[in-house]
Design a protein around this ligand. Sequence first.
Ligand code: GCU
Length: 435
Amino acid sequence: MPSHSAIALPLSALLCLIASLMLSGCAAPSSHWPATRDLPSQSGPPDPLVRFNGQRVASPEEWARDRRPELKKLFQHYMYGFLPPVPDRIQFVNQGIFTDLLGGKATMKLIDIQAGPEGAPKIQLMLIVPNQRRGPVPVFLAMNFCGNHALLSDPRVPLTTGWLYDSCKGCENGRATEAGRGSQAMDWPLSDIIDRGYALAAFCSTDIDSDRKDVSDGVYAWLSRYWKDPSIAAPANRGTIAAWAWGFHRCVDYLVRDPDIQRQQIAAVGHSRNGKTALLAAALDERIGLAIPHQAGCGGSAPSRGKIGESVERINTAFPHWFNARFKEFNTETDRLPFDQHALVALCAPRPVLFSNAAEDQWANPSGQFDMLKAADPVYKFLGASGLQSETPPPLGQLSPGRLGYYIREGKHSMTAGDWQVFLKFADAHFRSGQ
Ligand code: GCU
């Protein structure tokens, strides 16, 4: 265990101390960034190719060396909070390999990821790979709301053990029960995913952090107990979306080591708050090859300066734990943000990103999301990638071409088997034909 003297340090320094002891890398202390009130007002999306000091990025090398790391820090400092550290001790415990899934056409591997010393949150990863494969396959890495057991009715999948949303079928007193098994199978077309030659890796967000204003469990709470410093888990210093993104990264730690997975072809997927997380995870980790934030909206794919749907003030009020305390200072001053969500997409460049939406889901601001892709496009072009191929969104039900993909269908806020067909099409276009 660490020495107690670390507790006297400010949080940023403490996190870096943790970093130096536990991590392979850490964001630099961020105290040199201006206070929110001292940031200049910018009515539109700030140019991602202009550095914080006002200098224009001159080359792709400068983008990768200076501007990309700067943007990563800015997002964590002003909005999401810093991700928990990367553990230098990570264990992958095989809990079973079953070769007879889906009538024998797939193999299910159950892996417990223990990211950190004993007591750290354990992520239960479920990986399903096609049996008919000639080599490593691309994978959709998806974070779910209700547990892996909800995705298929196979009794060998363990029930998720953490806190659970009341809205999940079978949830009793905040915990999963057998009644939830397979309850979301309709929305996760496993058989199609496998037939198309993809693997699916799934994990439940609440293995990492429960989605509550009461932040007494999860990865930050564990860190805070481990370091005997309550401030680490204080709402001011943490963000649930950042914690979940850290969970994505730990699953990637496993996937890049699995010989059945094509390590350059990991697609991060999530719906709504899970989509916000998938985009952040991809933006902060270049090992993720493609991102699909589905109907992610405010705090994810929609502009913070947006006038349609959910506002920054509203999301910070309803879900204060999703972002850090500093983000609340922008509630009525989003014009002071030194970035907008297009810069999160730009961080993914030149990797493919798909924003998929539903026409009735105006809360997620679908048209504002298209504007974010437009504003990220110059970075794709700057890096020599195809980006957006049209100035206007495609008609309803049509996927746009290019590495910045957009799709909007009829209907409401949901993730359906039909949406997965679009995800597959987008992944085919980029993983298979290299558009
Ligand atoms: C709420 C919230 C959204 C979020 C959504 C979800 O509607 O306001 O920001 O995307 O929940 O995660 O389902």
